[in-house]
Design a protein around this ligand. Structure first.
Ligand SMILES: NC(=O)c1ccc[n+]([C@@H]2O[C@H](COP(=O)([O-])OP(=O)(O)OC[C@H]3O[C@@H](n4cnc5c(N)ncnc54)[C@H](OP(=O)(O)O)[C@@H]3O)[C@@H](O)[C@H]2O)c1
Length: 279
């Protein structure tokens, strides 16, 4: 089941990546996909890049004409944009927000409409169609709508459904996760450089090692610890490096980082709700 017409309200980095995936994955055709941005300059650039109709502003008109609306503005701008499109929304449409930290309850309160509302947390590799997106829906979403929404995000990677209260953990794990992996890649490159490899060769080997290791986890479905043990030979090179990583607490460090980031995400949502209530 495909939505007939999709609009991306606020097509910046994330919105544009979704547009690219939607077109490439055949989720909607160019004629049935529109977008809005703030400036004329962005509208021109986006229209030229994707060959779709893009307007600077015109959010209500775009929302009224769509079956599926993806709100991809910044979290601080979302309430204003939702208030703007509220009167264009009607039952049967699907509204997806990708704004970090903004709970579904806040969206529902602003739109004041009985509508299927989804909140999605994609990550930046959506720009290369290797994103990881977690999705939560409100009580009005049916299975067909869940499938439609999953299809949108499958066009740019992997999509899973979670209970909304786990979105903070998702933000900490996969939302921020690329940054952790970049640090690992960066450090591996530095290690190669220290041991005399060229920057070019270190980079190529480090990036492919991370890519290949992740692919092996997915394709074998083996626990990473099993795959790690398969690389270890008694008294060998790998176990000497693993001993060093364990001594410095690599796993414990990452677990703590995700725990801290989850708490930070919870605090951010509380602060956002408090600021909205003061308005
Ligand atoms: N980037 C990520 O890795 C990531 C990951 C997960 C979730 N998200 C979420 O995705 C959302 C967008 O992030 P982003 O990085 O894509 O931000 P961004 O590049 O700044 O995009 C925001 C877009 O919103 C447009 N805009 C601003 N005000 C508008 C208005 N009143 N009406 C219509 N369009 C308007 C801007 O237009 P102009 O171009 O004309 O300024 C811009 O194109 C955020 O809520 C963020 O939490 C992002």
């Amino acid at each position: 089941m495909q939505p007939q017409r999709i609009t991306v309200v606020g097509a910046g980095n994330m919105g544009a990546a979704l547009i690219g995936g939607i077109l490439k994955g055949g989720v909607a055709s160019r004629e049935h996909l529109t977008a809005t941005v703030k400036s004329e300059e962005s509208a021109r650039a986006l229209a030229e890049k994707y060959g779709i109709a893009v307007t600077a502003g015109g959010n209500s008109e775009a929302a009224a004409a769509a079956d599926l609306i993806i709100a991809a503005v910044k979290p601080g701008t979302l309430p204003k944009v939702l208030a703007e499109i509220r009167d264009s929304l009607h039952e049967g449409q699907i509204l997806i927000s990708v704004a970090a930290a903004v709970p579904i309850a806040v969206i529902e309160r602003v739109i004041a409409r009985r509508l299927a509302v989804f909140r999605a947390m994609p990550n930046i590799p959506v720009v290369v169609e290797e994103g990881a997106t977690a999705i939560a829906g409100n009580g009005l979403c049916n299975d067909a709508q869940r499938e439609i929404v999953a299809n949108v995000f499958r066009a740019v990677g992997v999509a899973v459904f979670v209970d909304e209260d786990l979105m903070h953990a998702v933000t900490a794990l996969s939302g921020s996760g690329p940054a952790y992996v970049y640090m690992v890649i960066e450090a591996m490159i530095a290690g190669g450089l220290k041991m005399g490899l060229s920057r070019e060769i270190s980079t190529k080997l480090a990036e492919q090692t991370v890519l290949g290791a992740a692919k092996l986890v997915r394709e074998t479905t083996l626990h990473p610890a099993v795959l790690r043990d398969q690389v270890i030979t008694p008294g060998g090179v790998t176990i000497s490096a693993i001993h060093e990583l364990e001594r410095h607490g690599l796993r414990s460090m990452l677990i703590s980082a995700i725990e801290t980031a989850t708490r930070h995400s919870e605090d951010r949502t509380r602060a956002l709700i408090a600021s909205l209530e003061q308005r």
